[in-house]
Write a protein that binds this ligand. Structure first.
Ligand SMILES: [Zn+2]
Length: 458
């Protein structure tokens, strides 16, 4: 903490800017590399060629300076480029002691081809963005460029104010999703589209390979995730209560968690939750793919949109849990012979205490099927972020008053432990079955309310 030399607000802005810069830099790096590899040219060679194109007849010393590299490194680079017939060393006709670098025709052809491929890639990405996002992206890049050069930033173009992180994040996430690119350090060309939020009893992404930990700085705080691969697909794992179950339901930073997943390019979230059953048919060890919730939480912020710059949003939650994810999970569960029910009403209580017997009787009359403490606002924030979200609720016990005995957390953990294998099989078998494209309505993100327009009254 001693390193924090900025006041609190500034620090948040710095962290956010850093995060965005890093994700853009990763995108550029990832695709730049893919394009270059088609032309059998390395990134340093490409850089050097670009410099030589802009500044013909450079000396070796000048090239070192422009590339900001040691002379031995540049000598080595030029040697290799000479062998590849990209450049040649020629003596200066006026001063024979000076060696100058000249591009050969093959280098020119190569550069043209690479630049053309890069333009084609950008054109393709831009074509897939909707016009508003495209404008926002171009305008943001222009402003960023101007700001970093220390220039005055002009008023926004096109009559639309460039709003803050929401739009920017969406643009980056979209571009990433379109391109199927991995963030920092991934190196591969895997699509990172799915996240698992592990609830009670699910703390470890054991089944993933090459797991690395990443901390995402969000405007709401930090979120630590582990990223690994499963059957060639990159999967993000987030332990909702922390790895040692140290965070109670009412203290979970739901906004940081969902924001971090969206920022990592996640499109689908499968969450697990330990629940109590209100219905006799849903016994311990059964899985319920809940499709509705009743919200009895009291002190949780359940939106990313708190007015001001973010605007006001009333998100539609007619169908809060993704129908496509649920259908896949249900089909897989039945094939595996696991007791799984598609549909159920999740009653979310504030906790951390369990419910009274009277509350459970009331929930039953209201149509509740299972009771837990975490699905709200997690599912609501996922809706706001345009993510597909499904909860695999695992019944660990009958709710208060339905069984004779008092409820304990130990009992919950015990049942979880003995059924966690089924839970894991269910989720993992579902992953490869998920279609590459989403055909559900979840991706449609709510737009901030515009006051004064017809039909928009809350
Ligand atoms: Zn969906």
């Amino acid at each position: 903490m001693a390193e924090r030399r900025f006041p609190a607000l500034e620090w948040e802005l710095v962290a956010e800017a850093e995060q965005h810069l890093r994700s853009v830099a990763n995108l550029v790096k990832c695709h730049g590399r893919a394009i270059l590899s088609r032309f059998e040219i390395t990134p340093p060679q490409f850089e050097a060629l670009l410099v030589m194109l802009r500044h013909p007849n450079l000396t070796m010393g000048e090239l070192c300076q422009r590339l900001d590299l040691a002379s031995s490194t540049v000598t080595d680079l030029v040697d290799r480029m000479e062998r590849n017939r990209l450049v040649e060393r020629v003596r200066d006709p006026e001063d024979r002691r000076v060696i100058r670098l000249r591009l050969l025709p093959r280098a020119q052809e190569l550069l043209d081809a690479v630049l053309e491929a890069r333009r084609a890639y950008l054109a393709d990405v831009l074509r897939r963005l909707d016009p508003v996002d495209r404008r926002v992206l171009l305008r943001s890049l222009q402003r960023l460029d101007a700001a970093m050069r220390g220039q005055e930033v002009q008023a926004p173009l096109g009559g639309r104010t460039v709003t803050g992180r929401g739009d920017w994040q969406a643009t980056v996430a979209k571009e990433r999703a379109t391109a199927g690119c991995t963030p920092a350090g991934g190196g591969g060309e895997l699509a990172m589209r799915l996240a698992i939020i592990g609830g009670t009893g699910v703390y470890d992404p054991e089944i993933l390979e090459n797991v690395r930990e990443e901390t995402v700085v969000t405007p709401y705080g930090r979120a630590t995730v582990r990223i690994g691969t499963f059957r060639d697909q990159e999967v993000v794992f987030l332990a909702r209560h922390g790895t040692g179950h140290t965070v109670p339901p009412h203290r979970i930073n739901y906004r940081a968690n969902i924001y971090a997943l969206a920022a990592l390019g996640v499109q689908r979230v499968i969450a697990t939750a330990a629940v109590g059953s209100i219905r006799r048919e849903f016994g311990a060890g059964h899985f319920v793919l809940v499709d509705q919730f009743l919200d009895f939480t009291k002190n949780r912020v359940s939106t990313f949109f708190e007015g001001g710059e973010e605007g006001v949003v009333h998100v539609d939650v007619t169908e809060p849990y993704c129908p496509q994810l649920r259908a896949t999970l249900h089909a897989v569960g039945r094939e595996l012979g696991i007791p799984v029910h598609n549909g159920g009403v999740y009653v979310c209580t504030e906790g951390p205490r369990f419910e009274t017997a009277a509350e459970i009787r009331a929930f039953e009359r209201l149509g509740g099927d299972v009771v837990g403490m975490t699905s709200v606002p997690e599912v609501v924030l996922a809706r706001e972020a345009g993510l597909c979200y499904a909860t695999v609720a695992m019944v660990t016990n009958y709710a208060a008053g339905l069984s004779g005995a008092p409820l304990t957390h130990e009992e919950v953990l015990e049942v979880m432990a003995s059924n966690v294998v089924n839970l894991r099989r269910l989720i993992l078998e579902a992953i490869p079955r998920l279609a590459a494209e989403r055909s559900c309505p979840c991706a449609a993100k709510p737009a901030p309310l515009r006051v004064g327009r017809e039909g928009q009254q809350p």
